[in-house]
Ligand binder design. Structure first.
Ligand SMILES: Nc1ncnc2c1ncn2[C@@H]1O[C@H](COP(=O)(O)OP(=O)(O)OP(=O)(O)O)[C@@H](O)[C@H]1O
Length: 304
């Protein structure tokens, strides 16, 4: 059934591609181009090998795969925090030379300053980006409203729930207006219910704002809820094994039987690339020389 669904969508894509793509995805423009990307860490772990990935402007690309397949390394290379040992990464045709204001990285932790209110956290970030003082408050309040945190602008982070902190962090990210959002399992620490609410919120904001998003997740359903594309990766060495365009209509629902059927199919594909359980991590993984958590905190079809 899933194969038939993928095939029908493929046929429709050939005759009427514009019917299947959200309006703000610009088919002709590669926002992010990754070519022959490779990276090995100082301990010789090959985190990425020959990765090719083009992300169109306005796409929502989910990187999905088992632990250790290089999702975060790829994301940090896009952010400019990891300097790859081979290949190239470019944004709007310009090679990435380091972090830049056009890209914003979000993590599982909301990373709010505890001594600043929700609004204070946002106005601080706006100040750091050079937004004039008289515009900061209004802009902060616009995004506080957009993430549905009205009434909490003057609240300190410790008085917020995990989901509310993440919404404040999202408001801050949107307020500084990067063109590319790089998200590393941002909802991974939330309970199941809050996670679904955050996915719905992020999708509605993405549909309106038209940002280019690259989103790392382990969760197949999350990838299918959010992604216009799902890129499957495999470990040892970290590489892209499949690149799937997801043409389910938006807003999506976990209740959608097509989504459920695709999730089963993708789980099956992932099991095939992971191999039998006894082949996984045959020896202790080499110690990391630098963990993602030691990276700076605050502050998304192969070979197209
Ligand atoms: N700083 C580092 N030093 C050495 N090895 C590293 C470092 N960071 C990651 N690695 C290794 O590189 C490989 C890819 O790691 P990466 O964190 O990119 O994978 P991932 O798919 O994001 O994993 P997870 O889902 O568990 O976060 C793994 O084998 C990991 O142990």
């Amino acid at each position: 059934m899933v194969r038939r669904l993928f095939e029908r969508l493929r046929g429709l894509r050939q005759v009427a591609p514009h019917l299947l793509r959200p309006a703000h995805v610009n088919a002709d423009r590669a926002k992010i181009s990754v070519a022959q990307l490779g990276h090995h860490y100082a301990n010789k772990v090959v985190a990425l090998k020959d990765v090719n990935l083009n992300v169109r402007s306005g796409e929502f690309v989910c990187l999905l795969g088992p632990s250790g397949c290089g999702k975060s390394t790829l994301l940090y290379a896009l952010a400019g925090h990891v300097v790859p040992t081979g290949g190239s990464v470019a944004i709007d045709g310009k090679p990435i030379q380091g972090p830049g204001p056009d890209r914003l990285l979000m993590f599982q932790e909301a990373a709010l300053f505890p001594w600043l209110t929700v609004r204070g956290n946002i106005t601080f970030a706006l100040g750091a980006r050079g937004v004039p003082r008289n515009e900061r408050r209004e802009r902060a309040d616009t995004f506080i409203q957009r993430v549905r945190l009205e009434g909490f602008a003057d609240t300190l982070p410790h008085q917020l729930s995990g989901g509310m902190k993440m919404r404040a962090s999202l408001a801050r990210a949107l307020a500084v207006d990067p063109t590319v959002m790089l998200m590393d399992e941002p909802f991974g620490a939330l309970d199941a219910q809050t996670r679904v609410h955050m996915q719905e919120l992020l999708q509605s904001i993405w549909m309106r704002a038209g940002k280019t998003v690259v989103f790392v997740t382990h969760d197949v359903q999350e990838a299918l809820m959010l992604g216009t594309r799902v890129v499957l990766m495999a470990p040892r060495p970290g590489r892209v094994v499949e690149d799937l365009e997801i043409h389910l209509p938006m807003p999506r629902s976990l209740e959608d039987p097509s989504l459920d059927a695709m999730a089963r199919d993708i789980r099956h594909r992932l099991r095939a690339v992971e191999g039998p359980l006894e082949n996984q991590h045959p020896e202790p993984l080499p110690r990391r020389t630098q963990t993602p958590s030691s990276l700076p905190r605050p502050s998304i079809v192969t070979g197209r």
